[in-house]
Write a protein that binds this ligand. Structure first.
Ligand SMILES: [Zn+2]
Ligand SMILES: [Zn+2]
Length: 215
């Protein structure tokens, strides 16, 4: 095999591995919700839903280790059937796909969108948080939500006013109103109230029942 074909093959398998990750992204995310807190990974994800805010949690390093191990396993598994570097291309693409997802999920809560894809990703994911938690399980691409009919794209995402500032750092201005450039896609609902223990309990129970937070 010529070296150009070899490189093209590795790149092709890497693309395949990244694509395979998007499928895992959908099903892993769905399983976190379906399991309703059974398993630490499900709990870690549903805790993220309680206030819909993103913080670095050391437990995430376990996910990194798991994904790296799975990437290694996939590389070796593919290596049984194809030229070994193609297998490592696949495993590497899978790992890169995961970290791409991880980064952009965090960024969707923390940083304003910079391009059309980021605008889409944020709206798709925030509707998952604030609208229908059993929909929009994909984060980086809409494909699997379309295939499995779980895509929900409202005209505007309704964000509870009391959660907005901490959940989505870029969405509101200093007085707590939606920034004008996002007013077409988002609206605030409900009132600001002091966080009570009762409200915290309700938020937690609803997140673990796959219900959106009440305004
Ligand atoms: Zn999120
Ligand atoms: Zn979720």
């Amino acid at each position: 095999m010529g070296s150009v074909a070899n490189v093209a093959g590795v790149v092709g398998f890497a693309a395949l591995g990244a694509f395979a990750w998007t499928f895992a992204e959908y099903w892993l995310h769905l399983s976190f919700h379906v399991r309703k807190g059974w398993g630490f990974d499900s709990r870690a994800h549903l805790d993220h839903h309680v206030h819909a805010s993103w913080h670095f949690d050391p437990i995430i390093t376990l996910a990194w280790a798991g994904v790296l191990a799975a990437g290694w396993g996939l590389a070796r598994l593919f290596g049984l059937f194809v030229w070994a570097p193609f297998g490592f291309g696949f495993g590497g693409g899978w790992v890169v796909g995961y970290f791409f997802y991880e980064w952009h999920h965090a960024q969707s809560h923390l940083r304003a969108p910079r391009n059309r894809w980021e605008v889409w990703l944020r709206k798709h994911h925030l509707q998952h948080h604030f609208g229908r938690p059993m929909h929009n399980q994909g984060v980086t691409i809409p494909l699997w939500d379309i295939v499995f009919r779980t895509r929900d794209q409202p005209e505007r995402v309704r964000v509870p006013r009391r959660l907005a500032a901490n959940a989505v750092l870029w969405l509101t201005d200093d007085s707590g109103n939606i920034r004008p450039e996002y007013a077409e896609d988002y609206e605030l609902v409900g009132s600001i109230e002091a966080e009570s223990e009762r409200q915290a309990g309700i938020d937690r129970a609803r997140a673990y029942a796959n219900l959106e937070p009440i305004a």
